[in-house]
Design a protein around this ligand. Structure first.
Ligand code: ADP
Length: 383
């Protein structure tokens, strides 16, 4: 018995010594930082708060995640995944089929793959990455790309539309230049006519380019120089500027501006907004008509209205006239020097100033555009 105790004691001491030696060797290899990280990880693993935080992050993640185990069961599923796929059950029943096939293929060859899917109603475009996880699991990551794809389509359409709009005047300029060259020798009397055409189209081209530049500036927030602006002052300047055009068009142009609070914004962009509305009112109103501009304070807002007795806008087009390049009557817009971008510019300026724009119109009777901008209250901070 005594001998047994002695043997066991020796063994224990030897094991302890070996364990200590290994530990020391291991510790010797770890840097200070590694040791700190290991210690922290150990502590975090034990802490419930850490588990809660990880769970919360997993479930709140905007990317949908599903982890299938080796038996094809969903070991983990988060909220975003269920929003796109519905309740996720066994892999055998996973729809759409293209996704199930991708998961099965990745489970077999352990290679990542991705599929783009159209899911649900209304349809969402979903990019799905299927990646091998651990030794025998497969992880699906689902990303909703609907908005990204929509923006890509908008950008593509815009480039196509802008190129088309620019091509027309460029083609006319080329044609006029060519005619000028051939006509110059044969019929000098016709020269002014072609020179005028050349000039007109060049002006149109420069107007489109200038509107496009304004629009692109406004789309990224507009003028950064902001301060208190008196809209009635801006309206007065723009109405004065438009007087000659109104007279030429045989219209009565009037302004009624009540003094009121300022708005916080860019004087330059707000002038652009008023100018586009007033120019449109003049361009789409027949001789003998009226254009009335009003600025008044109302319920913590500054309200600008531009009313005309012009041709009006058909009801079905009212929702679309603020879109880029949208025109009710392409020929009329062209004739009067329109670019199709004016109201798009107006909408962006209004949005950049936290306001709203509305239009009321009756075909053959006239239109009223109303812009409401938040008034700057006394004591509001200004940049
Ligand atoms: P455009 O340069 O063609 O005038 P806008 O973006 O300024 O482009 O306006 C879009 C379209 O809305 C115009 O082509 C026109 O059909 C319609 N529109 C705008 N303002 C008026 C108005 N005051 N009266 C009638 N139609 C208007």
């Amino acid at each position: 018995m005594e001998a047994l105790v002695a043997i066991l004691g020796t063994l224990l001491i030897a094991a302890g010594w070996l364990w200590l030696r290994d530990r020391r060797r291991l510790e010797g290899r770890l840097t200070e930082t590694e040791r700190a990280v290991l210690e922290l990880r150990g502590r975090l693993r034990e802490s419930e708060a850490w588990r809660d935080a990880a769970e919360l992050a997993f479930s709140a993640m905007p990317i949908g995640l599903v982890l299938f185990d080796a038996a094809g069961r969903p070991a983990l599923t988060n909220r975003a995944a269920e929003a796109l796929l519905g309740r996720v059950g066994a892999l055998d029943a996973l729809v759409p089929l293209a996704l199930r096939e991708a998961v099965l293929a990745t489970a077999a060859d352990r290679r990542p793959r991705n599929v783009e899917l159209e899911l649900g109603a209304p349809t969402r475009t979903v990019r799905t990455d299927v990646v091998p996880a651990g030794t025998d699991q497969v992880l699906i990551a689902l990303r909703d790309m609907t908005e990204t794809r929509r923006l890509e389509a908008v950008r593509r359409d815009f480039v196509a539309n802008a190129s088309h709009e620019l091509k027309t005047p460029v083609a006319s300029i080329l044609a006029a230049a060519e005619t000028l060259r051939t006509v110059a020798a044969e019929d000098p009397a016709a020269l002014p006519r072609f020179a005028e055409q050349l000039e007109r189209e060049a002006v149109r081209l420069s107007r489109i380019v200038s509107d496009l530049l304004d629009l692109s500036r406004l789309e990224t927030g507009g003028d950064t120089e902001r301060g208190p602006v008196r809209l009635e002052q801006v309206a007065r300047e723009e109405v004065d500027r438009a007087r000659a055009a109104a007279e030429e068009a045989g219209l009565a142009l009037s302004l009624e501006a009540e003094p009121g609070p300022a708005v916080l914004g860019s004087a330059r962009d707000l002038a652009l907004m008023v100018r586009n509305l007033v120019d449109n009112a003049i361009r789409y109103t027949r001789p003998g008509g009226r254009v009335e501009v009003r600025v008044r304070p109302e319920d913590g807002e500054v309200v600008l209205t531009v009313a005309d007795t012009g041709i009006g806008i058909p009801g079905r087009d009212l929702d679309r006239i603020f879109e880029r390049f949208y025109r009710v009557d392409r020929a009329r817009s062209r004739e009067t020097g329109g670019t199709g971008l004016g109201l798009s510019i107006v909408r962006h300026v209004v949005e950049n100033h936290g306001g709203a724009v509305r239009v009321q119109s009756e075909l053959g009777r006239g239109s009223t555009f109303e812009v409401r901008l938040p008034a700057l209250a006394e004591g509001d901070p200004t940049p």
